[in-house]
Design a binder for this molecule. Structure first.
Ligand code: TYM
Length: 337
């Protein structure tokens, strides 16, 4: 294998507001990678992925800008990282077509996200929803990204990205695409619904009380944590005892992630405490962390032209990487250039 330039890539769909799951599972990790400075960092709003299910055009535009504001407000610096909107860097979609011809139908059909989202009526799902992971592989590999920080739910897609890279390299007898590593770390790689600790917190959950949105105000955050499903027992002293208490475990994980500590340290401090008090502490901590972000997001959203300038500049910088990689791919595949 050739040595690849260390590069981090990750993306978020602008298909609704940002949740605490996106923030803890993804954005805080992006900020950590940026701070480390060991890798070039590229972060993306994946608008082409969002339209695999119906989107209102005006809402999509707004959500894309709001997501960009969320990245910026959380600490992504558009000078130190490359911040882009997927459709503004056409090489993502161009490489995705090549990968549509490399990936196998059977691989796509086994993706749990495809099964969940297409549901009982797969015949009526869009072709784009089925091909979604090939576009995701292209997002990553059009930068030769070596590391992809994501939440648990994206692991299978990164494994498929590796399968696509390996098949391409094998079929064409090259060592061109890297074997990208998923990076899934910390206490909040799978933040669960506040109403059901066995289901993922999601922006598409019809019940707003199931999630914390980054745009929620302090009262709403406090109310949602107060109403979070738990049980009557006090907090245990060690993590093992939470195995059978998914709702409580979720709140403890969120607390640990927000306070930058590990779960055992939190439980040592809180052991024996009542859930009512713990929820109040958690709400205070979440408000302290999230309120400055939502205020800054609102400020940034007042100047959408500035957001558009940042994205245009990001696309220009991104294309300095993606154009040569796509050109080389076309050459390998046998396209006349
Ligand atoms: P998306 O938009 O669903 O989520 C964005 C990121 O947030 C993480 N995440 C969570 N982490 C912990 N707990 C949760 N409840 C939670 N909900 C979401 C996701 O794991 C993800 O890291 N297919 C991707 C977007 C994508 C992408 C890419 C990611 C497109 N191309 C290339 C990485 C690399 C998605 O739908 O993420």
């Amino acid at each position: 294998m050739p040595l690849f330039t260390p590069r981090v890539f990750s993306g978020i769909q602008p298909s609704g507001g940002l949740t605490l799951g996106n923030y803890l599972g993804a954005i805080t990790k992006f900020v950590d990678w940026q701070a480390k400075g060991t890798h070039a960092t590229i972060f993306c709003m994946v608008d082409l992925h969002a339209i695999t299910v119906p989107q209102d055009p005006a809402a999509l535009r707004r959500n894309t800008r709001e997501l960009c504001a969320g990245f910026l407000a959380s600490g992504i610096d558009p000078e130190r990282s490359i911040l882009i909107n997927q459709s503004q860097v056409p090489e993502h979609a161009q490489l995705a077509w090549i990968f549509n011809c490399v990936a196998r139908m059977g691989w796509m059909g086994r993706m749990t996200q495809w099964k969940d989202k297409s549901g009982k009526n797969a015949e009526a799902a869009s072709l784009g929803l089925f091909a979604y992971p090939a576009l995701m592989a292209a997002d990553i590999l059009v930068y030769h990204a070596t590391h992809v920080p994501v939440g648990e739910d994206q692991k299978q897609h990164i494994e498929l990205t590796r399968d696509i890279a390996a098949k391409f390299n094998h079929d064409y007898g090259v060592d061109f695409f890297p074997m990208t590593e998923p990076v899934i770390e910390g206490a909040a790689t799978r933040v669960m619904s506040l109403r059901d600790g066995t289901r993922k917190m999601s922006k598409s959950d019809p019940v707003d009380g199931s999630r914390i949105n980054l745009t929620d105000d302090a009262d709403t955050i406090a109310k949602k944590f107060r109403k979070a499903k738990t049980d009557p027992d006090p907090l245990p002293g060690e993590a093992g005892a939470l195995e059978t208490r998914p709702d409580v475990r979720n709140l403890v994980n969120i607390y640990a992630a927000l306070s930058g500590r590990d779960v055992d340290a939190v439980l040592r401090e809180k052991a024996g405490g009542q859930l009512g008090h713990f929820k109040q502490d958690l709400a205070d901590l979440a408000v302290a962390k999230l309120a400055p972000i939502s205020t800054e997001m609102a400020r940034l959203m007042d100047d959408p032209a500035e957001i558009d300038r940042i994205l245009a500049r990001g696309a220009e910088r991104a294309r300095a990487i993606t154009v040569p990689i796509l050109e080389k791919t076309y050459e390998i595949v046998g396209m006349v250039r």
